[in-house]
Design a protein around this ligand. Structure first.
Ligand code: PGA
Length: 233
């Protein structure tokens, strides 16, 4: 595991984009796993400033709210279009469809697509409660793409983006822990003191479903980029 400590989010973004660029230029990046959330904004800002060419790369996103489509300004599909896909051309882009008629079939279909395009690199953030994607505490390490109920901690953290707390969906579709761990390389980004507990648990604690980010300890190639100092003391 590589731990890269930076001073600013912009510096972190440069490092993350450097890692992506290295994989891309070496021809090892066919399938790229992307994430949403405030953490990812500087990364996509940086990425769109480069001349990196993703036209041969298939992109997969981690998750989507149940009930929101790409037209909804709070959907993750909308976020991705705004921050990246409208500016950078990819071969194909996939995101779970939170408005699918049959959500169970949608999850199976998504997992099938992932099996056809094994992820070379997955960008990840972490929730204050240690979730990765929307795999909340208590999620089994064997999970594939599935439907989940969001915890109160996640609703608290994400509802400020919505008109009101009540307007925020309480369910989502998310890649599972096992879908994420299948990625060849994982780049985890964590900024700000709110993420310290989860990151300390990851770096110093045991692997436990109470803090899903700890499952990354079982992955052979994780790079952490963070502005949190003294994480390992
Ligand atoms: P954030 O979310 O980037 O908005 O902090 C990260 C996450 O919940 O995974």
């Amino acid at each position: 595991m590589d731990l890269i400590v930076v001073k600013t989010k912009e510096e972190a973004a440069k490092k993350a984009v450097e890692l992506i660029g290295t994989e891309l230029k070496s021809g090892r990046l066919q399938s790229l796993g992307l994430a949403t959330g405030g953490t990812m904004v500087p990364i996509y800002n940086e990425l769109t400033e480069t001349d990196l060419d993703f036209r041969d790369v298939t992109a997969f996103n981690l998750d989507e709210y149940v009930g929101l489509d790409a037209e909804h300004p709070n959907s993750f599909a909308y976020f991705m279009n705004e921050h990246l896909f409208n500016k950078k051309k990819f071969k194909d882009t996939y995101i779970p469809n939170g408005k699918a008629q049959d959500l169970e079939t949608e999850c199976q279909h998504y997992e099938q697509l992932l099996a056809e395009h094994p992820l070379d690199l997955q960008l990840l953030g972490v929730g204050e409660n240690g979730h990765i994607a929307f795999n909340e505490p208590g999620t089994a390490p064997t999970t594939k793409t599935h439907r989940i109920t969001l915890t109160e901690s996640t609703i608290e953290a994400n509802s400020p983006y919505f008109e009101s707390k009540e307007a925020m969906p309480t369910e989502a579709l998310t890649m599972g822990i096992s879908s994420i761990l299948n990625a060849r390389k994982i780049v985890l980004l964590a900024f700000g003191e709110k993420k310290r507990d989860a990151m300390e648990q990851f770096l110093k604690g045991n692997v436990t479903d109470e803090c899903p980010v700890t499952f990354l300890k079982n992955h052979p190639d994780v790079t952490i980029i963070t502005d949190l100092e003294r994480l390992q003391e």
